[in-house]
Design a binder for this molecule. Structure first.
Ligand SMILES: Nc1nc2c(ncn2[C@@H]2O[C@H](COP(=O)(O)OP(=O)(O)OP(=O)(O)O)[C@@H](O)[C@H]2O)c(=O)[nH]1
Ligand SMILES: [Mg+2]
Length: 295
């Protein structure tokens, strides 16, 4: 993850971390906090998350717990890690259901995940549960070819839940290790589409009652604070286990990572920073924050 961050993500926080470093050189006071607050907001960390962090630091300064610049640095790092809602645990996950709004990166991420698991020697199966658009199945087929992953698909317009049913049967019958379900993009405000998502989840749970199933939401990092409400509504209709933040390579602001994890209490599972097959990494909160503070 560190190499990935150093090579690809530096720009995400480069201006933030260099400006923060200047602040750590002096004794911390309320002025320092004001400046940290501004920098966090500029990086798209959001008002709620930024306020929480600043309040905690302010309390520590009032209690004389933070008297030196390096102490505020450590305290800020701890606060940022704490906002990341824990570390995502991928161990033992058998079924991945990728959900999210249109174009957020579900299909691309499905391909990259298959590649990741196949490198680990796992037997992977795709389910193309996006039956609305013929092009969607074609796109997943390409990833199936590239990664040499079998694919279960339905007929155009078929109920996606019935394709998922077929996928679950094949998963059991042919003893796969991992099932990756690619779903159609949907707007969080469309109640019928969100209900459909809940139905798909129920089918998987019923067909594979003993499997560890994770629903992961892909979020386009470029949408910034707009994605918070999106994630909230997805979480309400289909309890999410993790977030995959995509298109990190296209944004200069990364504060949204803290905001989403903190305000929704959902860990960040993976970061996607490009369209190539290897452009996906597991997310480790402590390593991520450490990297931000290297300069
Ligand atoms: N730069 C960049 N582009 C990405 C990334 N992930 C996906 N894309 C691109 O974003 C576009 C949409 O990605 P898809 O994987 O098709 O998104 P989707 O969520 O499956 O889209 P729908 O099925 O239409 O809802 C494609 O052109 C991808 O190549 C990423 O991390 N970085
Ligand atoms: Mg898709």
């Amino acid at each position: 993850m560190l190499t990935f961050l150093t090579n690809n993500l530096k720009k995400l926080y480069s201006s933030l971390s260099s400006k923060l470093h200047a602040l750590f050189a002096t004794k911390p006071d309320e002025q320092t906090l004001k400046k940290i607050e501004t920098l966090l907001l500029e990086a798209d960390t959001g008002i709620t998350t930024t306020t929480t962090i600043i309040e905690k630091l302010s309390q520590a300064i009032s209690k004389n717990d933070l008297t030196e610049g390096h102490q505020i640095k450590t305290a800020l790092q701890e606060q940022l890690v704490a906002r990341l809602a824990g570390t995502y645990n991928p161990n033992g996950v058998q079924v991945y259901m990728l959900v999210g709004i249109n174009g957020s990166g579900k299909t691309t991420t499905a391909g990259k995940l298959a590649h990741l698991f196949k490198k680990q020697g796992k037997k992977v199966l795709f389910v193309a549960a996006d039956t609305f658009r013929a092009a969607a199945v074609e796109q997943l087929k390409q990833w199936a070819n590239v990664t040499q992953t079998p694919l279960i698909m339905g007929k155009p317009g078929q109920d996606p839940s019935s394709v998922i049913f077929q996928g679950c049967q094949a998963y059991k019958d042919e003893q796969y290790d991992i099932l990756i379900i690619d779903t159609a993009g949907r707007l969080q405000t469309k109640a019928n589409l969100m209900a459909e998502l809940a139905k798909m989840s129920r089918i998987v749970e019923k067909q594979l009652p003993h499997a560890t199933i994770h629903r992961l939401l892909t979020i386009d990092a470029m949408l910034g604070q707009n994605s918070l409400q999106q994630a909230r509504l997805f979480h309400e209709s289909t309890n999410l286990h993790g977030i995959i933040l995509t298109k990190i390579d296209g944004t200069g602001k990364g504060g949204i990572i803290f905001s989403i994890a903190h305000e929704l209490g959902i860990p960040i599972a993976y970061l996607s920073c490009g369209e190539k097959i290897d452009d996906l990494v597991s997310f480790d909160p402590t390593a991520f924050v450490d990297t931000l503070f290297q300069s």
